[in-house]
Design a protein around this ligand. Sequence first.
Ligand code: GDP
Length: 448
Amino acid sequence: MVLQDLGRRISTALHDVTRAPNLDEKAFKAMLNEISHALLEADVNVRLVSKLSNSIKNQVNFKDLPPAVNKKRLIQKAVFDELVKLVDPHAEPFKPKKGKSNVIMFVGLQGAGKTTTCTKLARHYQARGFRACLVCADTFRAGAFDQLKQNAVKAKIPYYGSLTETDPAVVAREGVEKFKKERFEVIIVDTSGRHRQESALFQEMTDIQAAIKPDETIMVLDSSIGQQAESQAKAFKEAADFGAIIITKTDGHASGGGAISAVAATHTPIVFIGTGEHMLDFERFAPQQFVNKLLGMGDMAGLVEHVQSLKLDQKDTIKHIAEGIFTIRDLRDQLGNIMKMGPLSKISGMIPGMANMPGMDQMDNEESSAKLKRMIYICDSMTEKELDSDGKMFVENPTRVVRVARGSGASVREVEELLTQQRMMAGMAKKMGGNMKNMQRAQQAMGG
Ligand code: GDP
């Protein structure tokens, strides 16, 4: 069963029980049964499923609930919390440090997606300002170096490998030493896999680990291997103690439950998930968000809480829009509010469906926040009178534009762009304000 189906079944079970006219113990037990079945069919380990079911029962404790308690909310919360616990290893994943050489070694069976994922991870860090590179220590599979090279060239990531050296530990050491000397910050080492676990593979992994002393070892797990995931992860953990897991092929028609069980069995955090063959099909994993998404809920509660915690000042702007006005100061206040909200990627993950929208992962947070800052500097170089104006005085007297550009270190064109944006918003406010007035009039006419 695909993860999406699992999510749908659990949400339907939850929905049914919370809408039942008689929310009695029988309905509650039927819901627990349905959730357990769904998890088992998705290959989640039977021991974990029974633990989850018992924990929900204990949390809700149906018999002792006073009648006034809001049972529906309690049940929803218990199911949500236990699902989060199931995928939350309660361990912090490794974070590379800037200005230091962070060596990351990949392990996993052949075909799990190691080589593809290495490049995805290198690109991920590269896009966040790290100097990232790749080392191919897979001397077992013919063509492995070629594959890594092709991926690396496409993503413009420096790489190292050897067509003649047959000892993977030697290639790994040489590559890591070279890139350390060149002050690379994230050095990712791809190792070879085998079709199945075998002692030669484990010996090789230990040799490479001893040769390069990685700061982090990541296991790549194919989400389609089902029940075997748990034993595979345990065997790898014993041989090459890894600190994080990346689950690949979560886009395929596979049940992801096995991978979830593997996380629980090894108490290791999933750091990313692979969602396709393309370089950008790669998402950071967060337990709460994962369950939210699994159940199709987004994280609206989190979003509302986050926005409220920012104490955004909207009063004046809302009043202005109702009057059909939108001044440059209104634009300045709104820009400030956006800055307060934090990275767009964080916000988008909280809105149901938004994080999965095409192009969302390509939004560069640093670039857009630098742009916002420049717009704020432009506003801050204006006089009070200019800020409270509708922008017409800039059209009438273009020397004002030049003065503001000079004062803020921006170009004249950037100032003009900001003014165009404000004019556009003012046009919209005019229409909306008019509509609001009409609505108010209509309401009054109807005695509202
Ligand atoms: P390796 O042997 O572990 O290095 O595995 P590869 O990186 O060569 O990947 C094996 C196959 O899985 C390739 O065809 C990849 O394109 C594919 N693959 C890797 N990750 C994903 C993913 O997240 N989704 C899908 N659909 N395919 C993937």
